[in-house]
Design a binder for this molecule. Structure first.
Ligand code: ATP
Length: 268
């Protein structure tokens, strides 16, 4: 089966779930994504209707290209549209216009670690999403072990999930997505609720999971500039628009220069 798909602006809205979940099979049309790109969108827009019936633009003319097998970050000030763009890439929202291609299957991991894990033990939680594939028990065990190993959580196999830290829960959620052989991981501000240790643990887990699943791509929404050191590339947004995309150090320089000029303005 072809694991790539095109999501056109007319695709049906998909119901968000409260755990990492695969959104691979419910798109309006299917085509091959260029092998070297995991995500490609052009001139994407998204608007919502206000109570007065007016269209309120949230995203305008957004274009990004993210290569397969890389760890990318999506940055920008509060309210610039990062989560909205990520939800569109995950098939959770429909764009109002433009063109979007995302490799499948794709998985969305949400911000709140307590919304990520639903089963009593780590092992059961990672196996949970595999129920739909009708796999032999051996295959389920092997996928669960490999996925937990990739995020450094194998030794927690039998642990009750309520005993895990926030970051460990996030890593289990990521393992769930890897076990389902997802090609694109969409990660929405996973470190917002985490302390520094857990923050670094989750970042390293994403890095090592990409290394152990060649071709898998991650897009990570964050506010934290220091996280860019883990990224291969980044997209910077402002006010509903993609301002710049490129290698992580160029984006870091750009954002720091902008912040510097903003501080100068305040102080002048
Ligand atoms: N359904 C909606 N109705 C009205 N406004 C919306 C809706 N969804 C998003 N917005 C607005 O669109 C803008 C972008 O929201 P979004 O959550 O995508 O931003 P963000 O960059 O992820 O923000 P943050 O960094 O604070 O999480 C915000 O101003 C938000 O209030």
């Amino acid at each position: 089966m072809n694991s790539s798909a095109v999501v056109h602006a007319t695709a049906a809205v998909q119901r968000p779930l409260l755990r990492s979940h695969s959104t691979g099979n419910n798109c309006a049309a299917v085509a091959t994504v260029a092998d070297n790109l995991a995500i490609e969108c052009r001139n994407l827009s998204y608007s919502v209707k206000t109570r007065q019936g007016r269209l309120l633009p949230i995203l305008n003319d957004c274009s990004i290209s993210i290569p397969s097998g890389q760890f990318w970050m999506l940055l920008g000030p509060n309210g610039c549209g990062k989560s909205t763009l990520l939800k569109i890439l995950g098939g959770l929202l429909n764009p109002s216009g433009g063109y979007l291609r995302v490799k499948k299957p794709r998985s969305f991991v949400f911000q709140n670690p307590d919304h990520q894990v639903v089963m009593p033990t780590v092992e059961a939680d990672v196996a949970f999403g595999l129920g739909k594939f009708n796999l032999a028990n051996d295959e389920i065990t092997s996928r669960v072990v490999k996925a937990l190993d990739a995020v450094g959580m194998y030794e927690y196999l039998q642990r009750p999930v309520q005993t895990l830290s926030g970051g460990q829960k996030q890593r289990v959620a990521i393992a769930g997505a890897l076990a389902e052989a997802c090609k694109v991981l969409l990660l929405d501000e996973l470190t917002s609720f985490l302390d520094e240790n857990d923050q670094v643990g989750v970042l390293r887990a994403v890095k090592s999971s990409l290394a152990s699943s060649p071709g898998t791509t991650a897009l990570w929404v964050t506010h934290r500039l220091e996280e860019l050191e883990y990224a291969d590339g980044a997209v910077y947004m402002e006010d509903g628009k993609v301002v710049l995309q490129g290698d992580a150090s160029s984006i870091l320089n750009f954002v720091e220069a902008q912040q510097g000029s903003y501080i100068k303005q305040i102080n002048s």
